[in-house]
Each structure stands twice: as C-alpha cells, then as structure tokens.
Design a protein around this ligand. Structure first.
Ligand code: UDP
Ligand code: MG
Length: 157
C-alpha cells in the first residue's frame, strides 16, 4: 500500500520566464510526459510578488535574492503539477543541478542553460516542500484527478 501512496506523489514544476520566452514549455512538458508522469494541473501566469516571496522565503537573505525576484517577475511562468511514483526525486534528476555548469547533459538545465541565474525551470526539492508549493501556486479546484487507464498498471510492478 505504501507503493500506492508514492504513486500519487505530486510535485510543482514551473517553466521560468526565460524558458517561456525561449519557447521551451513544450520541451519541458514532453520530457515529463515521455517519462510517464501525469499532468494534474497547469497554468500560465505572471507570478504575483507575494507568491514569489513565499516561494523563495528561504533565500530572502541571499545576495542574489533581489535579482531572483526580478528574474521571476520578468515575464509569465508556466506552473504545473505532475503526479507519479517518486516524482519529486525523479524530476529533480530530470531538471539537473541548480548550477548550470554542473548540470549533466540530458537534463533540462544541462541542455538549455549556461548560468545559475537563468536556469529555465523550477522543481520542488522534497515531498513536504512540494505540498507547500502546490498549495501556494494552485487552488485545489485547479487540480484534476483523472484516470490513466491501462497506463496506471505500469506502477503496480
Ligand atoms: N539562484 C541564483 N543564484 C544562486 C543560487 C540560486 O540565481 O547562486 C536562483 C536559481 O534560479 C535557483 C533559485 O535561485 O533555481 C532557487 O535556488 P535553489 O538553491 O532552491 O535551487 P533549485 O532548487 O532551483 O535547484
Ligand atoms: Mg529549491
């Protein structure tokens, strides 16, 4: 039964303004779909300052914080909730290291980013943080429970 719970794990993935401006939204979605995760929420929005302040509250004292907020406000983001077995850990691996120079080729950042300050995508870094971030960015009514049909059997191995 523990496996079933982990199957329903959810994470927040966001294509940041540079990713939207560079038309990388489709590529990011394609990677998560191909990997086998299920999209349960998605929207394009200009992130409100209050949401960004809450989202990055741990980084408030960092020297790069003002630039980070400017960057994240510089255009719309595409916020998504993806669901599936171990999705938090797996999506961090798919996104790659925070520092683009360390991000492995084949990861989103390793393929599309050269600098830590323009790293294309956000992914929650733990199950607890994911739950907090999902409720910050989405109303529960914006998340859709839907059936994967035969594909759900992939998880019952
Ligand atoms: N960031 C930055 N400079 C730094 C460290 C982080 O601009 O030296 C930005 C970058 O956009 C990063 C975000 O702050 O994605 C959040 O930092 P965190 O350490 O949480 O990295 P992430 O979880 O996004 O990999
Ligand atoms: Mg983080």
């Amino acid at each position: 039964m523990g496996g079933l719970t982990r199957t329903q794990e959810r994470t927040l993935i966001a294509v940041k303004p540079d990713g939207v401006q560079r038309r990388l939204v489709g590529d990011v979605i394609r990677r998560f779909e191909r990997r086998g995760f299920k999209l349960v929420g998605m929207k394009l929005l200009q992130a409100p300052e209050k949401v960004l302040a809450e989202h990055y509250h741990d980084l408030k004292k960092k020297p790069f914080y003002p630039n980070l907020i400017n960057y994240m406000s510089s255009g719309p983001v595409v916020a998504m909730v993806w669901e599936g077995y171990n999705v938090v850990r797996t999506s961090r691996a798919m996104v790659g290291d925070t520092d683009s120079a360390e991000a492995a080729p084949g990861t989103i950042r390793g393929d599309f980013s050269v600098h830590i300050s323009r790293n294309v995508v956000h992914a929650s870094d733990s199950v607890e943080v994911a739950q907090r971030e999902i409720s910050l960015w989405f109303h529960s009514s914006e998340l859709v429970d839907w059936d994967c049909g035969s594909h759900s059997s992939l998880y019952h191995v």
